[in-house]
Design a protein around this ligand. Structure first.
Ligand SMILES: [Zn+2]
Length: 105
C-alpha cells in the first residue's frame, strides 16, 4: 500500500507497483494533492507575513531603483525624492502644490 509514494516519484519505473499504477488510490492521491496545496499555501503565507514583518521596520515601501519615495503634502501622490520639491521637511510633487500648501498653512 505504501507503493503510492514510489508511484509518484518513479512514474517511469514499471516494477513493483503494477496494480497501484493501473488503479492509483484516487482518494489517497487526492488527499496528498490537497495536503501539498495546503502546505504550499501555508509556506507562501508564512513567507509573506515573515517578509512583511522584516520589511516593516523604519523603511517605507520603495519602488523604482531603490530610491526613497516621498508623498506630496498637498495631493498625497507618491514620487521619487529626487523629483520632489522640499520645503521645511515637507515634500511636494510640483511648484503649484508647494505654493498652494504653503499658502494654506
Ligand atoms: Zn501634489
Amino acid at each position: 500500500m505504501l507503493c503510492a509514494e514510489a508511484g509518484i516519484t518513479h512514474s517511469t519505473g514499471s516494477g513493483g507497483c503494477g496494480t497501484l499504477r493501473r488503479f492509483p488510490n484516487r482518494r489517497e492521491r487526492l488527499a496528498k494533492i490537497i495536503l501539498l496545496v495546503l502546505g504550499l499555501l501555508l509556506a507562501y503565507w508564512i513567507l509573506k507575513t515573515f517578509r512583511k514583518r522584516v520589511d516593516k521596520p523604519d523603511r517605507p515601501p520603495q519602488t523604482g531603483a531603490g530610491e526613497d519615495m516621498v508623498r506630496c503634502e498637498h495631493c498625497g501622490i507618491h514620487l521619487p525624492r529626487s523629483e520632489s520639491l522640499t520645503t521645511r521637511g515637507h515634500f511636494y510633487c510640483s511648484p503649484e502644490h508647494q505654493r498652494q500648501h504653503v499658502r494654506s498653512d
